[in-house]
Design a protein around this ligand. Structure first.
Ligand code: 13P
Length: 237
């Protein structure tokens, strides 16, 4: 599973243009690729991706279905716009917008109820890793954000915060060790994907690890050539 996360990049027009440029690279792929785009680009991307193995999703949502939550968006709004999945609990949401595991738990529940595939992000800071707290942090995030939910329906993304946007991806060995740890309490077949400075130069090595089932890609998904290269690499495995 390769998911591009555009974060706050690309207008609806730029997004449509990106997908048109991507068409030659995804026409013959066997498994779908995923793109999490800004809310305003969802509809145009869904339209542009019609007939392609390209699945469009969102990067966040509120857990309530409607209400007085200025600036927020609900699962049913995302569904109607054509989103198929939603990234929840991204470290940027946790750190910059103070989202808690309890809030993320409610969002995951709402996404599942609405038929949106949740991609739940967890990850430790550099400091937590240095203090030997990686397992403790991940266990807490997993437990609290997935409490009481159907675990078979959740995709987990391991995003070490120190690797996001730094060019310093986790080595395949580090990522594999953590993925194996995350997998323990989850159903065996769950998809666990890796994130943090994933690019065409390190994707293949990451995907060759037994417990790494894909990648959540930020920066390298913004550029057609890089994203196409990631898809080609994945497709050739
Ligand atoms: P980068 O790939 O730019 O490090 O971003 C990772 C990320 O946050 C994906 O959600």
């Amino acid at each position: 599973m390769i998911i591009g996360n555009w974060k706050m990049h690309k207008t609806s027009g730029e997004a449509r243009q990106f997908i048109h440029s991507l068409i030659p690279f995804i026409q013959n792929i066997s498994t779908s690729v995923f793109l999490a785009v800004p809310f305003t680009a969802i509809s145009s991307c869904v339209e542009a991706a019609e007939g392609l193995k390209l699945i469009i999703g969102a990067q966040n949502m509120h857990d309530a279905d409607e209400g007085a939550f200025t600036g927020e968006i609900s699962a049913s709004m995302l569904k109607e716009a054509g989103a198929s999945f939603v990234i929840l609990g991204h470290s940027e949401r946790r750190q910059l917008f103070y989202e808690t595991d309890a809030f993320i738990n409610r969002k995951v529940r709402s996404a599942l109820q609405s038929g949106l595939q949740p991609i739940v992000c967890i990850g430790e800071t550099q400091e937590e890793r240095a203090l030997g707290k990686t397992q403790e942090v991940l266990t807490r995030q997993l437990k609290d954000s997935l409490f009481g939910l159907d675990l078979t329906r959740v995709v987990v993304a391991y995003e070490p915060i120190w690797a996001i946007g730094t060019g310093q991806a986790a080595t395949p060995a580090i990522a594999q060790t953590v993925h194996a740890f995350i997998r323990e309490p989850l159903p065996k077949k769950n998809i666990i994907i890796s994130a943090g400075s994933v690019n065409p130069g390190n994707l293949t090595a990451l995907l060759s690890e037994p417990d790494i089932n894909g990648a959540l890609v930020g920066g390298a998904s913004l550029n057609v050539e890089d994203f196409a290269q990631l898809i080609t690499l994945r497709n050739s495995l």
